[in-house]
Design a protein around this ligand. Structure first.
Ligand SMILES: [Ca+2]
Ligand SMILES: [Ca+2]
Ligand SMILES: [Ca+2]
Length: 218
């Protein structure tokens, strides 16, 4: 292993050790209020349904249902201005996760994070998860929510100048009468990855110095 490789691995390690997660930011992403508290209905149809008749393991008492017409959409806005410094330094990463289900693999839910600046101008990039490529969602009493592979996750860099993150759940009805988008445990988390501190750089340089000394002795 070269000295440069030791230094590079050390720097990556220091960056990961310095990463700071801000906790998940979605309100009522598990729908355990029993209603759409925290969410704004953009296209009528969505509701929250009781888990009791379905008996879906691990999804609490309630989960989201897209409705019974051609489109169901809800969203919520998250103020991230407290993280402006790290965001504008290009050092903030977002992680979007959720459990997405369907019925007969037709009505496919997409959950998307979009990013707005201080004037609510959309900055273009998105982070999204979808049930589209999920082979396990299908028929059955669990609506595809608990089958392996239905936990979706995606990461992305938060665009510079972001002040608001909009989380949007959208399901078009493709087949049948019901709009079978089923959702639970939507979470969005910010993680700041700081630049290495001067102390960690000194420690790494020290590691490299020791490595070179040992090489000479050998
Ligand atoms: Ca739930
Ligand atoms: Ca609708
Ligand atoms: Ca359907």
């Amino acid at each position: 292993m070269t000295y440069q490789r030791v230094l590079l691995l050390g720097l990556i390690s220091a960056l990961l050790c310095g990463a700071r997660a801000d906790g998940q930011l979605v309100t009522n992403g598990d729908f355990e209020t029993g209603d759409l508290t925290g969410w704004t209905i953009e296209d009528l149809g969505p509701s929250v349904i009781a888990n009791g008749t379905f008996g879906i393991v691990s999804f609490g008492n309630f989960f989201y249902r897209a409705g019974a017409d051609d489109l169901g959409v809800v969203s919520q806005s998250i103020d991230v201005s407290a993280n402006a410094t790290a965001i504008d330094a290009g050092q903030m990463v977002g992680n979007l996760t959720g459990a997405l289900g369907s019925w007969e693999n037709t009505d496919i839910t997409t959950v998307t994070a979009t990013f707005l600046d201080i004037n609510d101008i959309d900055l273009g990039s998105t982070i999204s998860i979808s049930a589209l490529d999920n082979p396990e969602l299908n028929t059955g009493p669990v609506l595809g929510l608990t089958a392996p592979g239905n936990q979706e996750s995606a990461n992305g860099l938060i665009p510079v100048n972001t002040r608001t993150v909009v989380i949007r759940i959208s399901t078009p009805r493709i087949g049948g009468v019901d709009n079978d988008g089923y959702v639970d445990d939507i979470q969005f988390e910010l993680t700041a990855i700081p630049e290495p501190t001067s102390l960690s750089i000194m420690a790494l340089l020290g590691t490299g110095f020791m490595f070179r000394r040992r090489k000479r002795i050998l």
